[in-house]
Design a protein around this ligand. Structure first.
Ligand code: ADP
Length: 158
């Protein structure tokens, strides 16, 4: 089985993430969306809440599972028998950091490949932090995040 891991904060999941998830799930037998637990950023949603929001947003995709990890990402992949890390790229500004991470991960685990997927242009401006900012100031989240989770985001920021 060809298993890929899509890691990130997903605080909360956006339509940009979902676009990558759908495209990756067409290519791989199984995609494990994995929430990074040891993040230095102070999150809005707990890991459990983020898992729940991701589950609701991906309920129609058969070959996706939601999980979380702490420590080294490559160790998580080895545990899950996965060989590919999926990363989304929005802009040149994402590149340098992701390039460094990909090289370090391949040094730590040469058998694991990082695969970059370009954002769809309509989501290139989207990030979890901009979604939180818009919600905080009462802006519309229409087309920014999955419909199923809009209410949860407003509830949390207010
Ligand atoms: P952020 O907080 O920056 O929105 P995450 O850490 O949750 O993002 O991102 C997880 C992964 O999803 C990263 O590989 C990131 O580059 C990618 N990603 C985030 N937003 C988008 C988007 N709009 N289009 C494509 N990829 C994205």
């Amino acid at each position: 089985m060809n298993i890929a891991v899509y890691p990130g904060s997903f605080d909360p999941v956006t339509n940009g993430h979902l676009d990558i998830i759908k495209r990756a799930s067409d290519i791989f037998d199984k995609v494990i969306i994995s929430i990074l637990e040891n993040n230095s950023k102070e999150p809005l949603f707990t890991v459990e809440e983020r898992i729940e929001l991701l589950k609701r947003s991906t309920s129609d995709i058969q070959n996706v599972v939601i999980d979380s990890f702490s420590g080294l990402l490559v160790n998580f992949l080895r545990e899950k028998n996965a060989r590919v890390i999926i990363k989304g790229l929005r802009a040149v500004s994402d590149f340098e950091y992701e390039f460094q991470m990909a090289l370090m991960n391949s040094k730590l685990a040469p058998e694991i490949e990082t695969l970059f997927m370009m954002t769809s242009s309509k989501y290139s401006y989207l990030s979890s932090s901009i979604v939180k900012e818009v919600a905080k100031h009462g802006g519309s989240l229409n087309e920014l995040v999955p419909e199923e989770i809009v209410g949860e985001i407003y509830k949390k920021v207010n």
